[in-house]
Design a protein around this ligand. Structure first.
Ligand SMILES: CC(C)(COP(=O)(O)OP(=O)(O)OC[C@H]1O[C@@H](n2cnc3c(N)ncnc32)[C@H](O)[C@@H]1OP(=O)(O)O)[C@@H](O)C(=O)NCCC(=O)NCCS
Length: 177
């Protein structure tokens, strides 16, 4: 998109994206677009799901990878082994990260759901995984019961922290076959 239309046109396209439920994900894509800066600096890749007929952005998600420090989490040893794939005493694991994910509330009757968006996320990560490995995906979401419940319904689990914190909630899903 950036190569074909350039920064200005791409930013214009993004400026119609609204997500009142989560200002952070709205801000990431809207002008001045962090999504473009992250793309240019290879921090993450942002994917758009477009409506076939209208070309409108129905949803977007950003994917990256990170090393997750397990120190602050209360993770059973067998879970650590499952996440790492080899050992139950590791402190850090490498994971894919869903950095952003949201649907566009500017689009009337936007029928896209989390299920549809996650299917696209898995399609991308599956390709990377085939080439370089990787066993889990994480996301960091607001401490909101409804949002957490939604991810639980789609197979994600909460990584419990040792102490209560005001921080974001980390959730993960295994993707190894
Ligand atoms: C996540 C999302 C794509 C799921 O879409 P969906 O499958 O169509 O599900 P819905 O939008 O109907 O959301 C399900 C419920 O979760 C709630 N919810 C979703 N995101 C929420 C958020 N960030 N904060 C609080 N509640 C939220 C919705 O209000 C809804 O609650 P209700 O059923 O009581 O009305 C969409 O809700 C969204 O874009 N949310 C805002 C962005 C976001 O928070 N992304 C997560 C970043 S980790």
């Amino acid at each position: 998109l950036l190569k074909e239309f350039g920064k200005e046109e791409t930013s214009k396209l993004f400026s119609d994206f609204t997500c009142p439920k989560n200002p952070d994900v709205e801000e990431f894509i809207r002008s001045p677009s962090k999504a473009i800066r992250f793309e240019e600096s290879d921090q993450s890749r942002t994917y758009l799901i477009l409506d076939d007929e209208t070309g409108l952005i129905l949803a977007y998600f950003s994917i990256s990878f990170k090393e997750l420090f397990l120190g602050g989490f209360d993770v059973p040893k067998n879970q650590i082994k499952k996440l790492d794939g080899m050992r139950k005493d590791v402190e850090r694991i490498r994971v894919f990260l869903i950095g952003q994910l949201a649907k566009n509330y500017s689009v009337k009757n936007n029928q896209l759901t989390l299920k549809n968006i996650l299917e696209e996320v898995y399609a991308v990560i599956d390709q990377v995984r085939t080439l370089v490995g990787g066993r889990a995906i994480i996301l960091e979401c607001e401490d909101n019961a409804r949002l957490i419940g939604l991810y639980l319904e789609h197979g994600f689990k909460v990584l419990n922290t040792i102490e209560d914190t005001d921080q974001l909630i980390t959730m993960y899903i295994h993707i190894s076959k």
